[in-house]
Design a protein. Structure first.
Length: 141
């Protein structure tokens, strides 16, 4: 083996060994994802009290359970199809705040349908709660 080929082989081996070992550590799951799944799961199961229970305390102070039930019904109507599955695509936590991206899946008129949404969550007292957006239940323009 030539001197050049020997060095090239050593360099290739060093690159393979150096790149293969450690992966980036994953962020610990502290419950934000589960809280979002519970919120959207209760919404699509037509369980407004269950979804309301997943709201953060500030959202509950702003919106009564009765008003939330009406808004939840409007939200589902605006989705435009019966939802069969909730899938949290991504969840990013930073301190006591989190953002999740959700896809609602179902069928309508023989076609597979998807609706993408997101939610902001806040942790208070060790519990994650969904922050209800001011435009929740309103039709997007």
């Amino acid at each position: 083996m030539s001197r050049f080929a020997s060095r090239a082989a050593a360099l290739a081996l060093a690159l393979v060994v150096g790149c293969g070992g450690k992966s980036e550590p994953t962020a610990p799951d502290t419950g934000a994802r589960a809280a979002a799944e519970a919120f959207f799961g209760a919404l699509v199961a037509n369980d407004p009290p269950g979804a309301y229970a997943q709201l953060d305390p500030d959202s509950k102070r702003r919106v009564s359970a009765e008003r939330f039930a009406a808004l939840a019904g409007a939200y589902l109507k605006n989705v435009g199809f019966p939802v069969e599955k909730v899938h949290v695509r991504a969840s990013e936590e930073q301190g006591d705040g989190a953002t999740v991206h959700v896809t609602l899946q179902g069928h309508s008129a023989g076609h597979s349908r998807r609706y993408s949404d997101g939610a902001t969550l806040r942790r208070a007292g060790g519990r994650w709660g969904v922050v209800l957006p001011a435009n929740f239940g309103q039709k997007a323009h």
